[in-house]
Design a binder for this molecule. Structure first.
Ligand code: C2O
Length: 548
């Protein structure tokens, strides 16, 4: 591989959407941010210089960061944030990965405006396991607030209630023609007839899983979370925040003399706070016979999306995702398990503190938790505390590995919504093979939770609804070709089982990629100890690692 240098200047930029102009935090003044393109095996040096008042840190979502946890990016987990006028060089190599990922700010809600595609091409000369596309197009979904998203989250945390929902979803930063005052801000995909296009879909929205469809065109799914999958065709996709999906779009053999909307809107299983609006872009066939004006007069087709709560579509779609599991791209599913973990995932409440207005249920504050522990962010970086043997007073290694309260979803939901606070971690010996069952508790506001694990891909070996049954369910696990990914939806009122090999020393964050749930504490971290060999040890921190 080669070394690629990028410079990210974090600065303010005035941006207008929906007729509201505001000053937002950006990378290099761009919204969405710049595209990073590299090849498998390349070494990246990305210098981030902070010119704004906010502290910042950047996460390379889905990059494994083998031995280089210092470059992972979550603030107060692997690094202290980069303060005003400071800089930090993210230094890492892309090992054994190729596909679509993304990067985003990983502090407070700054990822609302600070995000962009991270595209890893195969090594030079190595083809895709599908026909070479005529063109490749990143399509990144986001959310736009007319107000400052930092104010939205700080108000929600102060009142203990839910946050204000966004004003629009966006495709490549553009809300599109279904919103007021937005027709000129529409993403256009211009295509030629009879060609194939690789669409690199990325859900960078903060708080919603999305359905996506293009009118009158089917899509072939070929990759998820930068791992090739067995191709299958679909009219509609489901994509959770933190997930990426590559699809092949085959255009009509002849110019159809029509234009086609592509739309996205949320999948919501419960009564959560969500924006129920629809973002649209336009698929336009280029033609020497049509001017921009005559294209506007062509018939326009609209896709139909599943209803907001169409769980059967979601389940069917998810079940179709299978690893390619070929000789060239094997699925190395751990066949035996050293460490069994069972986490309940859910929303709960914590007692209202003095001086809070407490707009949560029954005068409490919203909280979210794993095994009833709502994670408290530390004031220094956990990885530093671990590396220098200074965990005392920073974190405790006693994260509960099974639920604190006995759990029964189907007939007697326990009164276990109250959470305790703590900065608790699980410590794993190097190369532990982990099986983790995540059971949604769905006691307050049924919502599925896209759980994201840093530092690893995992295999989704099983999923179901109701209570996980340790006597029956494991016999149905798929240990042959399960989907391998970095973010999985824990279904509302159900469970998922994942397996991964803890072969990457460091401290690795795991959290719900719905930003509001992370803010409420739905997060924890794993410490993976060094192995014996030199290539099984966390490297020392770089000299420019930011200080708290
Ligand atoms: Cu994309 Cu910790 O997140």
């Amino acid at each position: 591989g080669i070394t690629r240098h990028y410079k990210f200047d974090i600065k303010l930029q005035n941006v207008t959407r929906l007729c509201h102009t505001k000053s937002i935090v950006t990378v290099n003044g761009q919204f969405p941010g710049p595209r990073i393109v590299a090849r498998e095996g390349d070494h990246l040096l990305i210098k981030v210089v902070n010119h704004v008042q906010n502290n910042i840190s950047i996460h390379w979502h889905g990059i494994r960061q083998l031995q280089t946890g210092w470059a992972d990016g979550p603030a107060y987990v692997t690094q202290c944030p980069i303060q005003t006028s400071q800089s930090y060089v993210y230094n890492f190599t892309i090992v054994g990965q190729r596909g679509t990922l993304f990067w985003h700010a990983h502090i407070s809600w700054l990822r609302a405006t600070v995000y962009g595609p991270l595209i890893i091409l195969p090594k030079r000369g190595v083809p895709y396991p599908f026909a070479k596309p005529y063109e490749e197009v990143p399509i990144i979904f986001g959310e736009w607030w007319n107000v400052n998203p930092e104010a939205v989250i700080s108000q929600a945390l102060q009142t203990g209630g839910g946050p204000n929902v966004s004003d629009a979803y966006t495709i490549n930063g553009l809300p599109g023609p279904l919103y007021n005052c937005s027709a000129k801000d529409t993403f256009k995909l211009k295509v030629k007839p009879g060609k194939t296009y690789l669409l690199r879909l990325i859900n960078a929205a903060l708080n919603d899983e999305l359905f996506f469809s293009i009118a009158n065109h089917s899509l072939t799914v070929v990759e998820a979370d930068a791992v090739y999958v067995k191709p299958f065709e679909t009219n509609t996709l489901l994509i959770a925040p933190g997930q990426t999906t590559n699809v092949v779009l085959k255009t009509k053999p002849h110019n159809p003399n029509a234009t086609f909307l592509m739309t996205a809107r949320p999948y919501v299983t419960g009564l959560g706070t969500f924006d129920n609006s629809t973002v649209a872009g336009i698929l336009e066939y280029e033609s020497p016979f049509h001017s921009a004006a005559s294209i506007r007069n062509l018939p326009l087709f609209k896709p139909s999306l599943p209803s907001l709560n169409d769980t059967s579509f979601a389940t069917n779609f998810t079940n179709k995702l299978r690893s390619l599991a070929s000789a060239q791209f094997p699925a190395n599913v751990p066949q035996k398990v050293d460490g069994h973990f069972f986490f309940t995932i859910g929303l709960g409440t914590s007692p209202c503190q003095q001086n809070h207005t407490c707009q949560g249920p029954n005068g409490t504050m919203f909280a979210a938790s794993i095994n009833n522990v709502s994670f408290v962010q530390s004031t220094t970086a956990l990885l530093q505390a671990h590396f220098f043997g200074q965990s005392n007073g920073v974190y405790t290694p006693d994260f509960p590995i099974t639920p604190i309260f006995p759990f029964n979803y189907t007939n007697n939901p326990p009164n276990n919504t109250m959470v305790s606070n703590g900065t608790k971690l699980v410590v794993l010996p190097f190369n532990t093979s982990v099986e983790l069952i995540m059971q949604d508790t769905s006691i307050l506001g049924a919502e599925s939770h896209p759980l994201h694990l840093h530092g690893f891909n995992f295999f989704v070996v099983g999923q179901g609804f109701g209570n996980y049954d340790p006597n029956k369910d494991p016999s149905k696990f798929n240990l042959v070709d399960p989907i391998e990914r970095n973010t999985v939806g824990v279904p509302s009122g159900g469970w998922v089982a994942i397996r991964f090999q803890a072969d990457n020393p460091g401290v690795w964050f795991m959290h719900c990629h719905l930003e509001i749930h992370t803010s409420w504490g739905l997060k924890m971290a794993w410490v993976v100890l060094d192995g014996k060999l030199p290539n099984q040890k966390l490297l020392p921190p770089p000299a420019d690692l930011p200080k708290c």
